[in-house]
Design a protein around this ligand. Structure first.
Ligand code: SAM
Length: 204
């Protein structure tokens, strides 16, 4: 894991935390709602950010949200104060989760693996902490499968990376497989760029 790069991306999210809710409209509310109603039991949300998803969890779900940006988490804490439900928010790096193996029934990520500096390491970590019977549910944007669109995304990628800390050209479906997770469902929401994905931790 590249500590310098991790620090750099964390600082970018700290900086944009003030305006994040105003500028972030990539995921439609309906997509979040449809994803999060599938969460059950002990649930981990990685990269919880400013807590936009928190209002969509049902009251029976025990949600632990982690993020490496304290400023993003601060915004999420303000939202938790307005909600009923079981929430714990912790400052933590998705590449180095402080949870035991097989802890969670559900792990959630929405637009996170575009910015985790070492995405394969982060994906391996969520596999490790998911119970063998558990599920991983995601809404993630990634490099287009349409080759010419993908090439444009490669060219534009440094701009988004330097301003926000997010990569628009990650090959997340490949990364998921390299990390040992099994894709059980996937749905394309904006051509192949945004996907709703369900994964099994693929443990015996
Ligand atoms: C684009 S924001 C998405 C926030 C939220 N999931 C949402 O849908 O609104 C990405 C979030 O992932 C967090 N993040 C990126 N890499 C991380 C890492 N290695 N560990 C923990 N959080 C990370 C960032 O701090 C940021 O809050």
């Amino acid at each position: 894991m590249d500590k310098k790069q991790t620090e750099k991306i964390k600082q970018r999210y700290n900086r944009i935390s003030i305006v994040f809710d105003l500028m972030d409209h990539m995921i439609r509310d309906q997509w979040r709602e449809n994803l999060l109603k599938k969460a059950y039991g002990e649930t981990l949300e990685v990269g919880v950010g400013t807590g936009t998803n928190l209002k969509y969890y049902n009251d029976q779900t025990n949600v632990t949200g982690i993020d490496f940006s304290p400023n993003m988490l601060q915004k999420a804490k303000q939202k938790v104060n307005q909600l009923s439900g079981h929430f714990e928010l912790l400052e933590m790096d998705a590449q180095n989760l402080k949870f035991n193996d097989d802890t969670f029934d559900t792990v959630v990520s929405t637009c996170v693996f575009c910015s985790v500096p070492d995405p394969i390491r982060g994906l391996k970590e969520i596999r490790r902490v998911t119970k063998p019977t558990g599920q991983i549910i995601m809404l993630e944007h990634m490099r287009s499968d349409v080759e010419w669109v993908g090439k444009i995304m490669d060219i534009l990628n440094p701009i988004g990376l330097s301003i926000i800390g997010a990569n628009i050209n990650r090959r997340t479906m490949d990364n998921i497989e390299v990390a040992g997770l099994k894709i059980t469902q996937q749905e394309q929401l904006m051509s192949s760029i945004m996907r709703r994905i369900k994964l099994s931790p693929n443990k015996k």
